[in-house]
Write a protein that binds this ligand. Sequence first.
Ligand code: MTE
Length: 315
Amino acid sequence: MRKQPIKSSEITPESVYLNRRKLLQAAGISTAALSAPAWGQTTIAGDYASLGELKKSPLSTDAEPNSFEDIASYNNFYEFGLGKSDPLQNSEKFKPKPWSVTIDGEAEVTGTFALEDILKPHPVEERIYRLRCVEAWSMVVPWAGIPLGDLLKRFKPTSKAKYVTFETIVRPSEMPGQRRATLDWPYREGLRMDEAMHPLAILATGIYGRELPNQNGAPLRLVVPWKYGFKSIKSIERISFTETEPYTTWNASAPQEYGFYANVNPEVDHPRWSQARERPIGAGFFASKIPTLMFNGYADEVAGLYTGMDLSRYY
Ligand code: MTE
């Protein structure tokens, strides 16, 4: 039986979260205390294994990356709780090694493969991308990863493969958020095949040249820089090629708010807040929001994928 998903009204948009901080500030509670993860838990790059020398990619943005601490302590990963510091607090027991990925559906090569084996032939690159969350905040992250399309091609998708779906692992013993029916586990996301094959889409295995912290989606996550962050599914254990548009978690739990396409489109408001501007995390509490760009600044590269589609309908 399908679990009852979280009500969309339970999801806190950034503006509400920040207002709450303002109220607490007025009550004399420092914002430094609020931005530091609760119970003094911190994280530093040196805690994670180095991935060695990485190839720099010409596809990186030249925007200044956020600090390692910002990226690894302000997260959305509902498998570990709904709060932004919950993934750091609650993911310590999660074991991303050993890891295998199942490939199934419309492809000639299917089966369950050790992660090292499927990644081995691909040189890991550094790609500096902005990730924009639908909650209207953004971060610039130096991802380490491989082009998604290069990996997918090796499984020889058939002519029936029109979409590709990703599933996050289900492990309630290590993922305390999965002990509650906040979402319909497993978390699922999908792309149309041509989107998945676009050279900007990557599977990330690290940040800042180091292995991915658990809270960022270890050991393997998707990053699609022209789409809202919720498309960037974490801790992937299944990749399926399908002929029809797949079920995706957010689209299913609140279809009027989260479309299958989830392109960053400042002209289409979220039903409960504007998508025209974004708050860069790390810019300081009083810094003003910056305008959000169509396709998150990648319109030249990806607009052609959506020619002829009404992007206010296929949002
Ligand atoms: N993947 C899983 N499995 N579970 C999640 O809750 N949250 C999504 C996405 N991937 C999520 C997920 C959302 S809403 C965002 S904004 C990004 O992860 C956040 O990625 P980050 O925490 O590494 O910045």
